[in-house]
Design a protein around this ligand. Sequence first.
Ligand code: PGA
Length: 227
Amino acid sequence: MKVIIANWKSHKSWAEAQTWLEEFAEKSALTSKDLTVVLAPPMPLVAAVAEWMKWKKFEGLQLGVQDLSPFPPGSYTGATSIQNLEGLPVKWAILGHSERRRYFHETHQQVANKVEQAVTAGITPVVCVDKEDITSQFVAIEPQFLSKCLVAYEPAAAIGSGNEEPVAEVTNVIEKMQQTGKPRAFMYGGSVSAGTVAKYLEVTSGVIVATHSLDVDDFINLLQAAD
Ligand code: PGA
């Protein structure tokens, strides 16, 4: 089974999201049973997307979030705890994205704490790691939690740039990471497009797609190329 995660980052209003969803439901007709397609919208839209899916009886997408609180429910203003997501069909959490590490100064330990929160709630963590000093980015995650994680190799220079990482390098890095810990599986992210998705799926369990997930036709092309 291959996973494709659409990471919308901080893009889209609810009106734009709804248009995307309507068109996706109309046009996607996912043919492959082996493809798990996950939408990770911005946090304020997660409940609305869930409601829309329920109302439309639409099961073509699974739901993910782009972050989680490293703390249990409590007095942590602005943070989204696992309790806040209870009752919503959130199955995936992107954690430790390089943009969170860079702009929000997330530490390896905070990412490890987020992983623990996700696992406690039955949410699959997708831990992103950048190129530099790679294994230290998930070494704080205890083995029993790491075994539930997908680790996504996302070199920052490849993100949003059109300069995707060569497949041979992705394979190299995954082999190195395998010597450090035992996550459930490995993914890749960074400028994945319809033209490149198939080659990454050959060497990983899935991809994270941001830029080419924003336009619905672009994303559907990518899914068709992945099939
Ligand atoms: P991109 O981003 O697809 O725009 O390169 C990937 C990511 O940041 O997860």
